[in-house]
Design a protein around this ligand. Structure first.
Ligand code: NAD
Length: 255
């Protein structure tokens, strides 16, 4: 039986860990050729081995790196059909606006938002060359909901990713390129663990708002990315694709 991504080539940024790693694995299981992009070489090479794909070391905030990661992927596999622009950070020095300094603000904007601009700017032309494709930009539920436990630059960056994805989805729709913003709720990955899962009180402050009473697993988000990458989502475009266990729809949670 043919896989859901048979014949497709996907570039996954932040592919060494968490959501990106699971997505690379799911994409490969469904027949895609996968190019794993990350700064973390060891784990990235391991994912490339697992997926029988390619690992490219690149910093997605740098134009030169972004151009060459696409050139390498296209040269190896003959073109590109799917961009999963997923690399991101959530550092502890990005917090309340009253405490967040300019360097933290800029670092987060660069890695979470400018990277998506660069990856779309230099990646979409490859999709156009193939007559279409799918772009999935990882935003977050914080692009649509406010949190009193603020990470102000992170939230602003994800709002930017959401608005940019919508606009690109509208612009390129008639050329066969779909662009969607994947908005996960809190996911049990190193990014989240580093931030608060190690601290039970901080974790509880969030868990109480989740209808399911648990964080998502990376594979549950990767499965949504797989759907958006595949032709099964051929009429899903410019969307705010929430995968949050009902968080954004909740007022009061069950006991
Ligand atoms: P993660 O920390 O497990 O993985 C992120 C990966 O991105 C890491 O491997 C890291 O090395 C890589 N990366 C960071 N900066 C990079 C750069 N400049 N160039 C290339 N690679 C770089 O994180 P995750 O939880 O899997 O998050 C993936 C995406 O999902 C992020 O955009 C994050 O903001 C978003 N997200 C996460 C959650 C969550 O709760 N974990 C919720 C909503 C959205």
């Amino acid at each position: 039986m043919a896989g859901r991504l048979e014949g497709k080539v996907a570039v996954v940024t932040g592919g060494s860990s968490g959501i990106g790693r699971e997505a690379a694995v799911r994409f490969a299981e469904e027949g895609a050729k996968v190019c794993v992009v990350d700064l973390a070489d060891g784990p990235g090479e391991e994912v490339a081995r697992l997926t029988e794909g390619l690992f490219v070391h690149a910093d997605v905030t740098r134009i030169g790196d972004v151009k060459s990661m696409y050139a390498e992927s296209a040269e190896r596999y003959g073109g590109i059909d799917v961009l999963f622009n997923n690399a991101g950070i959530s550092p502890p020095d990005d917090a309340s606006i009253l405490e967040t300094e300019e360097d933290a603000w800029e670092r987060v904007q660069n890695i979470n938002l400018k990277s998506v601009y660069l990856c779309c700017k230099y990646g979409i032309p490859y999709l156009l060359e193939r007559g279409g494709g799918s772009v999935i930009n990882t935003a977050s539920f914080v692009a649509v909901m406010g949190a009193a436990t603020s990470q102000i630059s992170y939230t602003a960056s994800k709002g930017g990713v959401l608005a940019m994805s919508r606009e690109l989805g509208v612009q390129f729709a008639r050329q066969g390129v779909r662009v969607n913003a994947l908005c996960p709720g809190p996911v049990n990955t190193p990014l989240l663990q580093e931030l608060f899962a190690k601290d039970p009180e901080k974790a509880q402050r969030r868990l109480v708002h989740l209808p399911m009473g648990r964080f998502a697993e990376a594979r549950e988000i990767a499965n949504a990315a797989l759907f958006l990458a595949s032709d099964e989502s051929s009429y899903v475009n410019a969307s705010t694709f929430l995968v949050d266990g009902g968080l954004a729809g909740a007022y009061v949670t069950p006991e």
